[in-house]
Design a protein around this ligand. Structure first.
Ligand SMILES: C[S@@+](CC[C@H](N)C(=O)[O-])C[C@H]1O[C@@H](n2cnc3c(N)ncnc32)[C@H](O)[C@@H]1O
Ligand SMILES: [Zn+2]
Length: 283
């Protein structure tokens, strides 16, 4: 049986309907559903040469690290930020959420699980997109009730004015696209690194470690409703967790091999984690 979806065809922008094995639009464009349940809506023209987004090893390291619970407190705050914006009126309707640049779906699936525990919310329509095929492969293994697609945020294959909330955690954003797909007064929740994020890791890697500048601000078309900071210390035990943390950060690409080898010899690492969460409303 065919089911409606909030995906739009990347070629003609018509709504995509989910069939048994494919998504299709009324103009006859179709997209196969992978065995894992996701769909690839990325057109070659949306990307440059090569495999876009985070590669398989980075994704696996992030998945293993996040599964250890080091960022659980942050994830809980993110969930609370979103829930704080859901009114009783919203609860009575289907809540439509997109996680843009969802990676391997850690925050996406934890958010859905949390929403299911809230009284009055029973209809959740959740989507996750990421340009990395490896990321979406793992994400679709986390929760079959979330529709995941390989797609770029810069060409978001989501129908206009269909989403109540967009979540964008440490991922690239496209304000025009976000504004297009949000319903009037829809919310955009951005999480970005705070000034002291992973300072302990940086100190272990570099002789000089600077603070991170302000990130995550959004301009035209949005009004900032609220922003807050979540910071705490994490204590990594074992070289595997330390290596996984390094691999899921941009430092893995900007650190010389000697420093990486030294880091691998550590069997514990304490570091601050520092997150800024911003809640915007579409205007
Ligand atoms: C730092 S990771 C964050 C992933 C996830 N939100 C999390 O916090 O675990 C950034 C993600 O953005 C994805 N990405 C990069 N460029 C993108 C684009 N143009 N559209 C969608 N996703 C993109 C990467 O593949 C990667 O999974
Ligand atoms: Zn089409």
């Amino acid at each position: 049986m065919s089911k409606k979806s909030l995906f739009q065809c990347p070629v003609c922008s018509n709504a995509l309907v989910q069939g048994e094995r494919q998504y299709f639009c009324r103009k006859g464009h179709s997209y196969d559903i992978a065995r894992k349940g996701y769909v690839n809506l990325l057109l070659p023209s949306h990307i440059g040469a090569g495999d876009p987004g985070d590669h398989k090893e980075m994704i696996e390291c992030r998945r293993d690290f996040l599964n250890k619970g080091y960022y659980e407190i942050f994830s809980d705050h993110l969930n609370e930020a979103l829930i704080s914006q859901v009114s009783d009126m919203d609860k009575a309707k289907e809540i439509c959420i997109l996680d843009a640049g969802c990676g391997e779906g850690y925050y996406t699936s934890r958010l859905r699980n949390k929403l299911l525990t809230i009284d009055g919310i029973d209809a959740i329509n959740m989507y996750g997109i990421d340009v990395s095929k490896a990321a979406i492969h793992y994400a679709s293994g986390r929760d079959k009730n979330i529709r995941f697609a390989v797609a770029s945020t810069y060409h978001t294959p989501i129908l206009s004015e269909s989403m109540d909330t967009i979540l964008c955690v440490f991922a690239p954003r496209d304000e025009q696209e976000f504004s297009r797909i949000l319903k009037p007064s829809g919310k955009l929740i951005i999480a970005a690194p705070g000034a002291r994020h992973l300072l302990g890791l940086k100190k272990a890697l570099y002789e000089e470690s600077s603070f991170i500048g302000q990130k995550g601000t959004v301009g035209e078309g949005f009004e900032l409703l609220k922003q807050f900071n979540v910071s705490y210390d994490i204590h990594l035990k074992g070289s595997e967790d330390i290596f996984n943390l390094l691999m899921m950060t941009p430092y893995s690409r900007h650190t010389d091999q000697d420093a990486v080898e030294d880091l691998k010899k550590l069997d514990k690492l304490d570091t601050e984690v520092d997150f800024n969460i911003m809640i915007y409303q579409k205007i």
